[in-house]
Ligand binder design. Structure first.
Ligand SMILES: Nc1ncnc2c1ncn2[C@@H]1O[C@H](COP(=O)(O)OP(=O)(O)OP(=O)(O)O)[C@@H](O)[C@H]1O
Length: 351
């Protein structure tokens, strides 16, 4: 059964371009240039109960806007969505009690109070009985290893500790649906790991449905089996995470530093059958090679006594997303007016 159903959902923001200077300010009084940003454009997908889905995309792709619509914070410009059977932007009380939204950049905790006071406030808002509240608080604080910090003023906590308190505050009513927007943003490696382990355990224990955005692929890989890739407000990929990385994970980047200058034509000719030369300045080069060809390529370069040093890396996830997008839409989503994809403009006379 679907926990989330989205059909042709769109959100367009209208805004005015403001130019600086007195002359422009006066001109703006009579003639304002209105722009439209198609942040989300006709997206459709379903998410099953208990499914964890990674919502991936570059900056400005439309992830937060989508999460805000699905949690009822924003009203869409067009399209439909059902979340746990509710239309989210109708903001029914019963609906609000059944999900949680955690935003890495936004805090719901009172800065000058200990975290447990803010969490207690949520207990009162959700009308949770005392026994259940104690049990849940204990369980979550234990899982996140912050029991000893519940009484500490929020402003005295580290970023990672604060994020864990945010998570406890958001989950104190034991929701079965979690919208998570960059929950590990800015955390150090250990805290990131702790949060992602917690999310996985919570999902498994509570059979919770999770929609998770993160710029850290590790978060997504750890928690989710499926990826929804969004770019320029459109869904560029919807499927198994393993299949997504398979199509590009088989490619590697070899960064090579040569022992001596090698002319471009010579390098191209030498590696032609094994790799593609992405960049080359005579002394360094970046080669793209299939995972199976890394060894033969390394051997070839060694045999020719060319290399001083090299590293082998994955294709960056941003590039994977870009390629998925291009494979699906070509270049049609890219504005020809120098604006980012999704921007259309018109002039409006006002005064
Ligand atoms: N209130 C607004 N008015 C105008 N444009 C907006 C508004 N909110 C968002 N946008 C634009 O909509 C687009 C999508 O924004 P959104 O925050 O959903 O992206 P995102 O994928 O979450 O990006 P990031 O990874 O950087 O958080 C961006 O181009 C953004 O500038």
């Amino acid at each position: 059964m679907s926990a989330i159903t989205v059909r042709d959902l769109s959100k367009t923001f209208a805004y005015y371009r403001k130019q600086s200077g007195l002359r422009h300010s006066l001109r703006n009084l009579f003639h304002r240039e209105q722009l439209y940003r198609h942040a989300v454009a006709n997206i459709s997908f379903d998410i099953g109960q208990g499914e964890a889905v990674g919502f991936i995309g570059p900056n400005g792709a439309g992830k937060t806007t989508t999460l805000k619509m699905l949690s009822g914070i924003l009203h869409p410009s067009a399209g439909e969505a059902r979340v746990l059977g509710y239309v989210p932007w109708e903001r029914r009380r019963e609906f609000k009690r059944r999900f949680a939204i955690v935003m890495g950049q936004k805090s719901q905790l009172w800065w000058d109070l200990p975290a447990n006071e803010s969490i207690y406030l949520n207990k009162c808002i959700y009308g949770i009985d005392e026994r259940e509240y104690r049990m849940t608080l204990d369980e979550l604080a234990e899982m996140l290893d912050v029991k000893h910090l519940l009484g500490v003023q929020v402003r005295r906590l580290s970023l990672g500790e604060r994020m864990k308190m945010e998570i406890i505050a958001a989950l104190i009513h034991r929701p079965k649906l979690l919208f998570l927007d960059e929950p590990t943003l800015g955390l150090d490696f250990a805290a990131q790991q702790n949060v992602r382990q917690f999310l996985k355990a919570y999902k498994e224990e509570k059979q919770a449905t999770i929609l998770l955005t993160s710029h850290y692929m590790r978060d997504i890989e750890h928690v989710c089996g499926r990826a929804l890739v969004i770019h320029g407000g459109q869904i560029a990929y919807d499927g198994k995470l393993s299949r997504m990385s398979e199509s590009f994970g088989r490619r590697k980047r070899m960064k090579v530093r040569f022992a001596a200058f090698i002319p471009p034509e010579e390098l191209h000719e030498l590696v032609r059958l094994l790799a593609v030369v992405r960049t080359h300045d005579g002394l360094t080069a970046e080669l793209e090679v299939s995972a199976d060809e890394v060894k033969p390529l390394a051997r070839l370069l060694i045999d020719h006594d060319l290399v001083e040093d090299w590293t082998v890396e994955e294709v960056p996830v941003e590039e994977v997303i870009e390629r998925l997008y291009k494979a699906k839409f070509g270049n049609e989503g890219e504005g020809d007016d120098g604006e980012a994809p999704g921007t259309r403009q018109r002039h409006a006379q006002e005064g």
